[in-house]
Design a protein around this ligand. Structure first.
Ligand code: ATP
Ligand code: MG
Length: 420
C-alpha cells in the first residue's frame, strides 16, 4: 500500500529534539511570567475577514500564503498565519479593554503559511509571541524588547543582534511615503518584479527585499528615521536611551520595515547570522491603529513574534545548553507475576515522589530486561524473583560500576531517593 506522508513543509518531532522544544517552551513561559504576562489561547482558525483586516490585504501573507477553507455552512475561515489579529479580536470580544491597563498577554502557537519550505521556513511553524495594549510610551517598546532579549540570552544564544527602526505614524509617514515613491519610481526599471508591485501597494516593503539590485537601491533611499515628526522622534530617542542605560546592544537599521501592514513607530528584529538565509529569529513592533481597525477602542499596542524553529537553530549553532531527558533512576526487573506486582508498587512510590522509575511490562527474560535497562541509561536496576519476595531481600545493581549489593526490597525506593 502506498505510504501516507506528512504535508510538505510540516514537521514530526521526536525525542531528543522534542525535549529541546519542551525546554524552550518552559523557558518562554517562565520569562513571560517574570515580566507579568499571562497566557492567552485563541482558536487555530478564524473568519478570513479578521486576517484580511488585521494583517493587511496587501501583504504576501494574506494574498498568497493563507490556508483558507469553506465550512459546511459556507462561511470562509483561515488557519491563523500569525497571532496578533486573533488576540486583538479576543480582547475586544471578551471585553478585556475594561481591564486595568496595560494588557499583557503571551502565547505559544502554531501558525500556517503557504510558503516555499526551506531551512527556517515551513508551512506550519511555531511562534512565541507577546502582545501589550494600552501603553503608548517608549517604555512599553522597551519592555517587549527587553523580554525578548532576556529570553534569547537565557537560552544561551550568541551572535544575535537587535535591529531597530522607526517607520513613523499617520502624522509623518504619508509625506515620507511620497518621498520614497518618488525615489523608487526614478529607479523603477531596476527593481525586481515583486518590488514593482510593492511600489504600488506597499512601497516601504521594497526596503526589505532580498534581491541584490533592490538592496542597492534601498541603500540610497530616503530613510524614515530622517523624516519623523517630533513625537515619533522623541519616542525613538527615549527607547534608545533606555536600551543604552540597560546595556542592550542594537543597531539602527533603516531597512527594517516588517512584513505586516499594521506597524507604526518602532519596528525591530533580532537577527542571528549563521543560521542561513532565514536569519530573523524575532520580529516585532508597535501597532497603534490595529485595535481600532478591528472594531475596538483606540488602544496603542506593541508586541513580537519569535519563530521557535529558528530559535532552536540559533541555540544549536551557539553551542547553547540543550536539555537531556531526565535520567532513569531505577529500573525494576521482575520475574514472575507476584514480582511484577511488587515492582509496580516500587515504581509507583518513586514516581509519586517525583522520581523517574520504570519496570518491565513486557514479560521479558532477565537478560533482555537488563539489556533494555542499559539502553534506557538506568542508574540502578533491582532484580526481584520469587526467592527475593520470600526473603524480602534483593540485589540492586549500580549500572555504571556493575557493583551489586543486597538490599531489603522495602528499603529500595528510599535508597534510590537518597542516592539522587
Ligand atoms: P520572514 O521575513 O522570515 O518571512 P515575517 O516577516 O513573515 O518573516 P512575522 O510574520 O513577523 O515574520 O513572524 C515572526 C517570526 O516568525 C519570524 O521572525 C520568524 O522567526 C517566524 N516565521 C515567520 N514565518 C515563518 C515560517 N514560514 N516558518 C518558520 N518560521 C517563520
Ligand atoms: Mg514572511
Amino acid at each position: 500500500m502506498e505510504k501516507i506522508r506528512k504535508p510538505r513543509g510540516t514537521m514530526d518531532i521526536f525525542s531528543p529534539e522534542s525535549d529541546i522544544w519542551v525546554y524552550v517552551e518552559e523557558k518562554m513561559r517562565e520569562v513571560a511570567r517574570r515580566f507579568g504576562f499571562t497566557e492567552v489561547r485563541t482558536p487555530t482558525f478564524e473568519e478570513i475577514g479578521l486576517f484580511k483586516r488585521g494583517v493587511g490585504d496587501t501583504t504576501d501573507v494574506v494574498q498568497k500564503e493563507m490556508y483558507a477553507f469553506e465550512d459546511k455552512d459556507g462561511s470562509v475561515f483561515a488557519l491563523r498565519p500569525e497571532g496578533t489579529a486573533s488576540v486583538v479580536r479576543a480582547i475586544i470580544e471578551n471585553g478585556k479593554t475594561s481591564d486595568p491597563m496595560p494588557l499583557k498577554y503571551y502565547y505559544i502557537i502554531n501558525c500556517f503559511r503557504y510558503e516555499k519550505p526551506q531551512a527556517g521556513r515551513s508551512r506550519e511553524f511555531s511562534q512565541f509571541g507577546i502582545e501589550m495594549f494600552g501603553a503608548s510610551g517608549a517604555a512599553a517598546d522597551f519592555t517587549s524588547i527587553s523580554l525578548a532579549n532576556a529570553l534569547l540570552r537565557e537560552l544561551g544564544i550568541q551572535g544575535i543582534k537587535l535591529h531597530i527602526n522607526s517607520i513613523g505614524c499617520p502624522e509623518c509617514r504619508p509625506a515620507y511615503r511620497e518621498k520614497l515613491i518618488e525615489y523608487l519610481n526614478e529607479r523603477r526599471d531596476s527593481l525586481c518584479d515583486t518590488c514593482k508591485e510593492r511600489l504600488e501597494m506597499n512601497p516601504l516593503r521594497v526596503l526589505d527585499c532580498k534581491n541584490d539590485e533592490c538592496r542597492k537601491i534601498a541603500e540610497g533611499a530616503p530613510k524614515s528615521v530622517d523624516n519623523l515628526c517630533t513625537e515619533c522622534k522623541a519616542h525613538m530617542d527615549t527607547l534608545i536611551n533606555m536600551l543604552d542605560s540597560c546595556g542592550i546592544d542594537y543597531v539602527i537599521d533603516t531597512k527594517i520595515v516588517r512584513g505586516l501592514d499594521y506597524y507604526t513607530k518602532t519596528v525591530f528584529e533580532f537577527i542571528c547570522d549563521g543560521i542561513g538565509a532565514q536569519s530573523t529569529v524575532c520580529g516585532g513592533g508597535r501597532y497603534d491603529g490595529l485595535m481600532e481597525q478591528l472594531g475596538g477602542p483606540s488602544l496603542p499596542g506593541i508586541g513580537f513574534g519569535m519563530g521557535i524553529t529558528r530559535l532552536i537553530m540559533a541555540m544549536k549553532q551557539s553551542g547553547a545548553y540543550l536539555p537531556e531527558r531526565e535520567p532513569l533512576s531505577l529500573y525494576v526487573a521482575p520475574l514472575g507475576d507476584r514480582a511484577s506486582i511488587e515492582s509496580q508498587r516500587i515504581v509507583t512510590e518513586l514516581r509519586d515522589a517525583g522520581v523517574r522509575a520504570e519496570c518491565d511490562i513486557m514479560n521479558r527474560s532477565l537478560k533482555a530486561q537488563m539489556k533494555y535497562a542499559d539502553k534506557l541509561g538506568a542508574r540502578y536496576a533491582l532484580i526481584i524473583g520469587d526467592s527475593e519476595l520470600e526473603s524480602g531481600v534483593a540485589v540492586i545493581k549500580n549500572m555504571q560500576t556493575s557493583e551489586q549489593t543486597e538490599i531489603k526490597i522495602s528499603d529500595a525506593a528510599d535508597f534510590i531517593r537518597k542516592s539522587m
